[in-house]
Design a protein. Sequence first.
Length: 143
Amino acid sequence: MTASGHPKHNNAPVIDAVAAVVEQWEEITASPAELEAFGRAMANMVKDLGLSPAEVRALATKGSSAKELPCLLDALRISIRALAEKEPMLLNDLRRTCAMCSHKQECDADIAAGTLVPAYQNYCLNVDAIDALQHDSNFTAET
């Protein structure tokens, strides 16, 4: 189990697949029976991943990009590799939160300007988890 209470296993590829399918939902053409079966399978995946209906809607409307997260972790010298190995569900939670964030433009501008580290605490939805990771030697990158 992880600190967040989720079972410890790596679902990142599944979450990415679910997000990709949700993004393409309107483009799917199939018979009503196929769509019904697809809907049941999708509902089961969403349930297994612990996503709420609001999170699924957010992924569908905002996309699933969490490209800013590796930049932030790198800038803070948090090892994404160690995080993926030791707490994959936490990493998935961080990615999902980042993907649904409404501060993408601000974050991207801070990345481009090199001001991400002092600025992210003002708007990042992952700030509490990231702050905890900074204080955990299991996840800090070696210099």
